[in-house]
Design a protein around this ligand. Structure first.
Ligand code: PRP
Length: 175
């Protein structure tokens, strides 16, 4: 029998405090009166996004992109399939792409190129977690919650086989 363990990497309190900080900073940077179109990348970002949009406050639109990355073994291939597209045009809008984690950068690279073509007024990225160790393509990320080491993490939206997304903290999973 395997002994699976979950070790808390980022506590619920630390997450909540950082998300509030990110929200304040984002609102400050865009300006009190700015309308921000938040684009959550499903599924992983849904918990972070729910907290972040409340921390940003003011005028916020919520849109979602469903993506599925084809992983060959444990590595991402960079081929991204759009499973749910934006429901409204984002032309002329200030778009903030919301991710739970940037790992190889391949998903983000693909999504940024895809969104640029739709001519938003501006396009920025916020990710809760940044795992720079495995980066294969450079992507510009304006807001990072936490930079983490090369470990398999779950919780607060991140899954293992669709489980653990509902943990209120980020944990390192060891099989
Ligand atoms: C994760 C995460 C990013 C992507 C990052 O999604 O949410 O979209 O991988 O990896 P990359 O930088 O190596 O491209 P995942 O494929 O696990 O799907 P999920 O969000 O539905 O869990």
């Amino acid at each position: 029998m395997g002994q699976e363990t979950l070790r808390v990497l980022i506590s619920e309190d630390a997450l909540q405090a950082r998300v509030r900080e990110l929200g304040r900073k984002i609102r400050e940077d865009y300006g009190e009166d700015a309308s921000i179109t938040c684009v959550g990348v499903l599924k992983g970002s849904f918990v972070f996004m729910a907290d972040l949009v409340r921390a940003i406050g003011g005028n916020v639109r919520c849109e979602f992109l469903g993506v599925s990355s084809y992983h060959g073994g444990t590595r991402s291939t960079g081929v991204v399939k759009i499973t749910h597209d934006l429901q409204k045009p984002v032309e002329g809008q200030h778009c903030l792409l919301i991710e739970d984690i940037v790992d190889t950068g391949l998903t983000m690279d693909y999504l940024l190129k895809m969104l640029h073509v739709r001519e938003p007024a501006s396009l920025k990225v916020v990710t809760l977690l940044d795992k720079p160790t495995n980066r294969e393509v450079g992507v510009e990320v304006q807001y990072v919650g936490f930079t983490i080491p090369d470990e398999f993490v779950v919780g607060y939206g991140l899954d293992l086989g669709e489980l653990y997304r509902n943990l209120p903290y980020i944990a390192v999973y060891t099989p």
